[in-house]
Design a protein. Sequence first.
Length: 256
Amino acid sequence: MFIRNEDFRSFLRNYPMVSLIVAINLIIFLLVHFQMAGGSVLSFMVEANAGIAMGEYWRLVTPIFLHYAFFHVLFNCFSIILFAPALERILGKFLFVLAFLFCGVIGNLATYWLEPLTYQSLGASGAIFGLFGIYVYMVLFRKDLIDRMNSQLIITILIFSLISTFFTSNVNIVAHLFGFIGGLLIAPPVLSRVPIGYSWYPNSRSRTRGHYQGTTVTFDPDRWKKRLKRQATAKKVVWGLITLFILFGLLSYLIR
């Protein structure tokens, strides 16, 4: 699900919106950092709370496509290429772009509300954390859309990303946390139209996956109870870890 083995042309064909978002980020980065109207682009697009307070509401959207350094844009574009393609296939072009922008805007709105007027920020990290939020919703409530291996992978990456958020300097903690929350909020409506068992794979001819259960027939009258109990325990553990890290982040923000 998160392994990219397409060639460049196939990637562009299969994931046009992901490709467009990455291209916009790279083009704007070049404009800003190679003296091609860089200063004016940066001042116009950056998330500046003072500007938003004066009615410059485009600053809630434009920072999603703005980055301050090469490794910043490289890491975020790599994250988009890695985690966004499956969601574009699952949600469709329009809903994917809507979800991506919604999560980024939620992160920037929270930044405006919680940070001082002098605060400025930029980057696609809030929107990327929103993608994590959608995946976590899938892990918990739409298991038919994501297998166990990828579920474990996304939870591990999320926890690592949250930890690095709290211990890395010059990071907009508010945008990361609320971008993630935005993903959890928008996941139910955008995934409600996705049929059960939908296969996101580009070359799949069927909209449903087949599940081979083996040839041995066994009967365990308590198997459903056991499965539900394991699922309930897993949900409690995941939500407990997420809640713990969010509370830790908010506490770090309040006492800094």
